[in-house]
Design a protein around this ligand. Structure first.
Ligand code: SF4
Ligand code: SF4
Ligand code: SF4
Ligand code: FES
Length: 368
C-alpha cells in the first residue's frame, strides 16, 4: 500500500491509484470535466485534456492533473489552496472563452457540467477575447450535434468506440479546429451511428442532445380533437425514480401512470403489451424457419436473432450487411404498439386514426 497526505488527511491506497481516486477515498472531492469512469465495465476516459482537476503536489514545480497522476509514497497534496483554485478558474475561463453564451436557450441548461462549474467558481467575466471556433450544426432524426459547445472531453468517443463498439466518432483536425466528429466530418445520419444515444448521455455540455418532441406532445394534449395514447418502455418505470431523487432502480410504475394521466394522456399502456406480440411473431417466424430447415431448404437462415431494438438493427445493417436475413423480420414492440394503437385500438374506442396520437416514452434515441 502507498501512504500519502491529501489536504492534511492521511490515506492509504493501492499502487497505481490516481490522486483523484485517492482523494475520493479520503473524502476530498476534486472537480473533473473530461474524466469519466464506468466502474462496472472497467472503462475510464482520462485524456487529461481539461485540466480542471489540477492539484498541488508539494515539491513538484507544476500543478498535476489528478485524474492522470498516480500516487507515490509520502506525497503531500493540496487540492484546494489558492494556487490550485486560481489555476482552475483560469482553465475554466479559457474553456468558456471559446464557448457560446447560450445558456438561456440551451437544451442542456440546468443539467450542464460546464455551467455548474462556472457557477461553483463564480465566473462572472471572461477576460480572454479573440477568435471563437464555429462549426455547422448537425441535426439527425435522433441527435443534434452543436459542436460549438464541445469542450473536447472525448467522453462520447469512449462510449461510441469502447462501449458500443460502433466507431462513429473520433477526434478530427488539429489544435483550435479539433473536434469530435464522424469520419470526414460527415453528418451523423450518414455515418455508422446507430442512434443508441450513449454519447448523448455522457456529454457534459449541450454539444450532443436528443431531438426534443415535448412541444408537439403539449400541442396534442391541449387539442380537444385528439385522443393521446402513451406507451412506456419497461426500462422507464425502473429508471425514472432516480431523476426524482429516489434510489436507482426504484419501481415507480403506479406513480408514473398517475402522473401521465394528470398530464392529460387519455390512455396509458406498457410496451410489455406489444412485446408479447413481438415474441409471438418472432416465435412463429422461428418455427417457419425450422420447418424449412428440416425440410432441407438451403436458403433458410439460422439462427434467428431478435429485431426488438432499432439500435441493434441499425448496428446490424451497418456492420453486417451480408447477414441481413438473420434477424427476425418482426417490428420492434414500440413499432408494433404504434400499428396496433392506430388500427385495432382506434377502432375499438371509436376514434378516427388521424385523431389518435401515439406517444412513446423510451430509453433509447434510436426509436425516434
Ligand atoms: S452547454 Fe452548458 S454552458 Fe454551454 S450554453 Fe449550454 S448550458 Fe450553457
Ligand atoms: S448514438 Fe451511439 S452509435 Fe451514434 S455516435 Fe453516439 S454512441 Fe456512437
Ligand atoms: S461532444 Fe460532448 S462528449 Fe463529445 S467531446 Fe464534445 S463535449 Fe465531450
Ligand atoms: S478531469 Fe482531469 S484533466 Fe480533465
Amino acid at each position: 500500500m502507498i501512504r500519502l497526505t491529501i489536504d492534511k488527511k492521511t490515506v492509504e491506497v493501492e499502487p497505481g491509484t490516481t490522486i483523484l481516486k485517492a482523494a475520493h477515498k479520503a473524502g476530498v472531492e476534486i472537480p473533473t470535466l473530461c474524466h469519466f469512469e464506468l466502474c462496472d465495465m472497467g472503462i475510464e476516459n482520462k485524456p487529461g485534456g481539461c485540466r480542471i482537476c489540477v492539484v498541488e503536489v508539494e515539491g513538484r514545480r507544476n500543478l498535476a492533473p489528478s485524474c492522470m497522476t498516480e500516487v507515490q509514497e509520502g506525497m503531500v497534496i493540496n487540492t484546494h489552496n489558492i494556487r490550485v483554485l486560481n489555476a482552475r478558474t483560469t482553465v475554466l475561463k479559457l474553456i468558456i472563452s471559446d464557448h457560446p453564451f447560450d445558456c438561456l436557450v440551451c437544451a442542456k441548461s440546468g443539467d450542464c457540467e460546464l455551467q455548474d462549474l462556472a457557477r461553483q467558481f463564480g465566473i462572472r467575466t471572461v477576460p480572454y477575447g479573440g477568435e471563437q471556433s464555429h462549426y455547422r450544426k448537425d441535426t439527425s432524426p435522433s441527435i443534434i450535434r452543436d459542436v460549438d459547445k464541445c469542450i473536447m472531453c472525448r467522453r462520447c468517443e469512449m462510449m461510441c468506440n469502447e462501449v458500443q463498439t460502433v466507431g462513429a466518432l473520433s477526434a478530427v483536425n488539429r489544435g483550435f479546429m479539433s473536434v469530435v466528429a464522424p469520419a470526414f466530418e460527415m453528418n451523423l445520419e450518414d455515418s455508422p451511428c446507430t442512434y443508441c444515444g450513449q454519447c448523448v448521455s455522457v456529454c457534459p455540455t449541450g454539444a450532443l442532445t436528443e431531438v426534443d418532441h415535448t412541444n408537439e406532445i403539449i400541442r396534442a394534449l391541449s387539442d380537444p380533437k385528439k385522443t393521446v395514447v402513451v406507451q412506456t418502455a419497461p426500462a422507464v418505470r425502473a429508471a425514472l425514480g432516480e431523476e426524482f431523487g429516489l434510489e436507482p432502480g426504484t419501481l415507480v410504475t403506479g406513480r408514473m401512470v398517475s402522473a401521465l394521466r394528470e398530464l392529460g394522456f387519455d390512455h396509458v399502456f406498457d410496451t410489455d403489451f406489444s412485446a408479447d406480440l413481438t415474441i409471438m411473431e418472432e416465435g412463429t417466424e422461428l418455427l417457419q424457419r425450422l420447418r424449412g430447415h428440416l425440410a432441407g431448404d438451403p436458403n433458410v437462415r439460422l439462427p434467428i436473432l431478435t429485431s426488438c431494438c432499432p439500435g441493434w438493427v441499425n448496428f446490424f445493417e451497418h456492420n453486417f450487411p451480408d447477414l441481413l436475413d438473420v434477424p427476425s423480420t418482426a417490428k420492434s414492440p414500440q413499432q408494433m404498439f404504434g400499428a396496433i394503437a392506430k388500427s385495432w385500438f382506434a377502432d375499438r374506442i371509436g376514434v378516427e386514426r388521424k385523431d389518435l396520437v401515439v406517444v412513446s416514452i423510451m430509453p433509447c434515441l434510436a426509436k425516434k
